[in-house]
Design a protein around this ligand. Sequence first.
Ligand SMILES: [Fe+2]
Ligand SMILES: [Fe+2]
Length: 193
Amino acid sequence: MKTSAEFDVILWNKYLSSGSKDIKLRYEHSLAVKKKALELIDTFNFKLDKEKTAIAAVLHDYAKYETKERYREIVKRYELDIALLDENPKVHHSLLGPFVIKEELGLEDEEILAAIATHTLGSLKMSLLGEVIFLADFTEDGRIGPEFEAAKRLSRIDFYGAILEKIKSKLRIYPDELSLKLYQKYQEVKWKS
Ligand SMILES: [Fe+2]
Ligand SMILES: [Fe+2]
């Protein structure tokens, strides 16, 4: 597998080829998620492979600029649930990103791909790596604003408390069933930890 530094360059070139205007911010966000994910490992002393975590973080928004047609093509080719396309477009890069990454980069590590797939909505089956990427995406240094404050503060002292804050902020906007279940699950996880 390539190194995370090599994936930094690959990501930048991928974003450049999209012709989109906000790629610099998006790229900086990806690097900041990497930094934050590695900080979470150190803060909570997690036994996670740092290089693998760095790769998942750098690539988590790899598919941010795919076209609707590309997503449609992927749903068709892999016989995925067509209802995926009705989801909020903001989640497509997350749910369908792993397929784009596999096709374009040949990256096959299932744990990395699963962490990328769940970074936006979360999942009841997230691995620790998935949880780290889920939280790092929300608490990296560039996330500024009242909705991030509680999660950012807790991300230095209470990992699952911070995860609950991310879920809470999602619930405030749109209380969907998955977020409600996630909230219950992580309340239990927090009590037990
Ligand atoms: Fe994302
Ligand atoms: Fe992100």
